[in-house]
Design a binder for this molecule. Structure first.
Ligand code: SF4
Length: 506
């Protein structure tokens, strides 16, 4: 997508961003009223990083535009997860180079920057293959973006992909209250970065580095600031968010459950979520939090990738299928209506038909509310890319189609089971039609409802009337049923293997 909806309003003055102390930054302002556009690929962490890039650029006089041809600075914030990610970036850069050439003919300069995981992985190679690029910077130096732009304006071609000694979060300005408010009632907040797990198919440990957790007080300060500006729901982000182990004010390690508890004390904050989690880091305290914290929404994305033990071992996932089923059982005992989501890779090197069928059986047995599935494709530099026994493309395609049919069936069942229920929906945006608003249920389903715009940012009890594959439709309940958001079905006994799809239905 181009830009980052909802679009932030232009700054009223050059000090649109402030330091964490709340004082205006004293950075030298580079220029006035230049425009920038960020194209964001990939996960929520990149969306969050793009938001922070906007905050870094604001005090330098940069104003966001939604029109790439109007942009004095174009940033591609890239993702390395998808197949042929680098090649797609090069082809996008070709289009931007042509657009920059047309602007140059009209006497307008354009700076082109590449950020994110492809920038981190490619580094100097990007400069060599794409001469139109002015800046290449990795995810760890976002706070230096203003200085990098200044160097590029002076004609330097800048590459910054080293991991700096300083904490970038301490050096990034926070947006003004009005800017946060304009972004809507939901927000991401990165609490952890990097990964130590080294799954054999994944580039993240190489592009994002080892696991680092932000201090508790820093996160609480950012959370309070978001809520003070009108945010009602915060999603905590991390490559392995449940490996969070930041220090509290007394220097003690704090778990993700502890952090959620502290954030839950912020008055005015109604909802908390977190993503993405690793099964190995799903501890008892965090599972219990799902049963105890009203503000923690009953939705969890818990990637498993495969249902076959031998493939899980080849992927270096560090757990087997039985452990995953145990976790699901414990989560459903703590919060019986929890909606589960996952990631799956089909056709991992050496995957037999029987092993694929174990994955398909897992999908049916657990009954996911939604899930993401992909054909395996090698990522250069990862151990799995060197493995033999690559599965033929047509076999991968066949397995993916079969798995996705099961996943869609589970999603349809889950959504259909919501019809007739009253769900608490946080209305966070305009709907597709006039007089309509869109929002999210506790289970993260998109919900459309006829409602006046004045209700944006509020949580309404919505009677669900219809369910589609990707969204629900309903109407605001005339007699709000406050129980809807607080249901606590009786815990079920079992090991997770006994759970049918019906058990997952809200
Ligand atoms: S846990 Fe595995 S898949 Fe997830 S970021 Fe780390 S290495 Fe990649």
């Amino acid at each position: 997508m181009w830009g980052r909806p909802p679009k932030a309003p232009p700054p009223r003055n050059r000090a649109d961003a402030e330091t964490e102390s709340g004082r205006p930054r004293k950075d030298k302002v580079l220029t006035g009223h230049k425009t920038f556009l960020i194209k964001t690929y990939g996960c929520q962490m990149n969306v969050y990083d793009s938001t922070r890039m906007s905050d870094v650029l604001a005090p330098h006089g940069y104003v966001e535009t939604g029109d790439v041809e109007d942009a004095d600075l174009v940033i591609l914030n890239t993702c390395h997860i998808r197949e042929k990610a680098a090649e797609k970036v090069y082809s996008e850069l070709g289009r931007i180079r042509d657009m920059a050439g047309a602007r140059a003919s009209a006497g307008r300069d354009t700076l082109i920057a590449v950020a994110g995981c492809v920038a981190q992985a490619e580094g100097e190679e990007l400069m060599r293959r794409a001469p139109a690029v002015n800046i290449v910077f990795g995810p760890q130096v976002t706070h230096r973006l203003g200085a990098l732009v200044a160097r590029a304006q002076n004609g330097e071609r800048v590459v910054e992909t080293e991991f700096p000694a300083e904490d970038k979060f301490k050096h990034m300005p926070l947006a003004r209250r009005a800017t946060i408010a304009a972004r809507g009632p939901t927000a991401f907040l990165t609490v952890q970065e990097g990964c130590d797990k080294f799954c054999t198919f994944c580039v993240v440990p190489y592009t994002r580095g080892t696991e680092v957790s932000r201090p508790v007080n820093e996160i609480l300060a950012e959370g309070r600031r978001l809520v003070d500006a009108g945010v009602r729901e915060i999603t905590l982000l991390g490559q392995n968010v449940n490996a969070y182990h930041g220090q509290d004010g007394r220097g003690r390690a704090c778990s993700l459950a502890g952090l959620l508890g502290r954030l839950g004390e912020i008055g005015g904050l109604e909802r908390l979520r977190y993503t993405t989690s690793h099964p190995r880091d799903m501890d008892d305290e965090l599972i219990a939090a799902h049963g105890e914290m009203e503000k923690l929404m009953p939705y969890l994305h818990l990637p498993v990738q495969s249902g076959a033990d031998r493939i899980l071992a080849r992927m270096n996932r560090g757990h087997d299928a039985a452990r995953y089923f145990d976790l699901v059982a414990a989560l459903r005992a703590a919060r019986p209506d929890i909606a589960l989501s996952s990631d799956f890779i089909v056709g991992f090197p050496g995957e037999t038909q029987a092993e694929f069928e174990a994955t398909a059986a897992m999908v049916e047995r657990i009954g996911y509310a939604q899930a993401y599935s992909f054909k395996y494709s090698p990522r250069p530099g990862t151990p799995a890319a060197e493995l033999g026994e690559q599965v033929p493309e047509e076999v991968k395609a066949e397995r993916l189609a079969h798995l996705q049919a099961l996943i869609h069936k589970g999603q349809d069942d889950f959504n259909a089971a919501c019809v007739g229920r009253t769900l608490a929906v946080l209305l966070d945006r305009k709907g597709r039609e006039a007089g309509q608003l869109g929002g999210r249920s506790p289970y993260l389903q998109a919900v459309h409802v006829r409602a006046p715009e004045a209700l944006t940012g509020t949580i309404q009890q919505v009677q669900i009337r219809a369910a589609g594959p990707n969204s629900l439709a309903g109407e605001i309940a005339s007699h709000p049923d406050r129980r809807a958001d607080k249901e606590r079905p009786e815990p079920r006994k079992g090991d997770g293997g006994g759970y049918r799809r019906e058990d997952a239905r809200p």
